[in-house]
Design a protein around this ligand. Sequence first.
Ligand code: IPE
Ligand code: IPE
Ligand code: MG
Ligand code: MG
Ligand code: MG
Length: 324
Amino acid sequence: MIATANLLEMIEAELSALSLEKEPLQLYEPIRYILVAGGKRIRPVLTLMACNVFNEEVSAAVKPACALEVFHNFTLLHDDIMDNAPIRRNKPTVHTRWNNNVAILSGDAMCIKAYELLAQANENILPRLLRVFNQTALEVCEGQQYDMDFEATGRVSVEQYLQMIRLKTSVLLAACAKIGAIAGGANENDAEKMYNFGLNLGLAFQLQDDLLDVYGDVALFGKKIGNDIVANKKTFLLISALEQASGDVLNKLQFFLHTTGIDATEKIEAITHIYNQLGIRELTIAKIEAFNNTAVSALESLDVSAVRKQALFGLAAELLKRQY
Ligand code: IPE
Ligand code: IPE
Ligand code: MG
Ligand code: MG
Ligand code: MG
C-alpha cells in the first residue's frame, strides 16, 4: 500500500507540470491561483487509492486523477460565481479577485485542461474512462442547475435534495473511485462497487459541507460561514428545519426565508438559532454517519483482501472527522 503522503506528492508533481506560465496572464494566472491554493485533494487521492486496491503501482491513474482534480477546480470557479461566494480556501475567490468574465474563461480553459490530461491515459482504458468522465461532467451540470432552481423553490423534499447532491457532488467522487479502479485493472463488477463506495462517500461529503457551512470554524473551513443561509440554499439543514418546525418557529423561519433586504448577519444568526432549537445539527450528523456506513459496506462487499482496502477505510474514517 502506497502511503498517502507519497500519493499526494505524485499529484502535486503532475499538477506543477501543467504549463501555466503563459500569456495572457488574465487567463492563466487565475488557474495557477486556484490550483496552487491547494484544497484537500480528496478526489485525486481517492482515485489513486482506488487504483492501489487493484494494483501495486498507481502510475496509470496519476493523469486521470489530476484530470479529475482540475475538473473539480474548474467547477469551483463557476460555482463561486453562481453562489456569490467571496472566499475559498481562505483566499478571495477568482471572480472577486479578478472578475466574473475572468472566472468564466479561466474555468473554461481548466475544463479543457482536464480533458487534455485524461486523454493521456493508456489507450486501452481511455474509452472506458471517457464514458465515465463525460457522464459525470454532465451530471454535475444537472446537479448545479437543480441547486440553483431549488433556491427559489418553496418546498424541496429530502429525496429531491439527495438526488441534487448526488448529481452536483457525489458522482464526481464516485467517478474518482471507478476511474482509479479501472486504471488499476479492476473488472467492471468491481469498478461498479468502487463507484458505489464513492457515491455514498460523496453524499456524506456534501451533507458535511452543508453542516460546516453553518457550524464550521471559518479559519479551518476557508469559506464564508452562512453563505448557504443567505442564498436560501435548500440544504439538508434547511429542509429538515422546514419539516420539523411548527407554530411560531415555522413562521419565523418562513419570515427570514421570504423577507428581502434583511441584514445577512442577522439572517444567519436567526436561522442558526432555529437550527439549534430543532436539533438539526445532530440530525445532520446522524445522516452523514449513515451514508458513511453505507460507503464502508460497499467497500466491504468488494472481494479483495482487507489489507488492500485499508487506505480507503482510513479515508472514509478521516472524512467523518473533517472540519475543512
Ligand atoms: C468543495 O469541495 C465543493 C464541494 C463539493 C463541497 P472540497 O471540499 O473538496 O474543496 P477543496 O478542493 O478541498 O478546496
Ligand atoms: C459544490 O456545492 C458543488 C460543486 C462545486 C459542483 P457547494 O456550492 O456547496 O460547494 P462550496 O461550499 O461552494 O465549496
Ligand atoms: Mg454551489
Ligand atoms: Mg458554492
Ligand atoms: Mg457548500
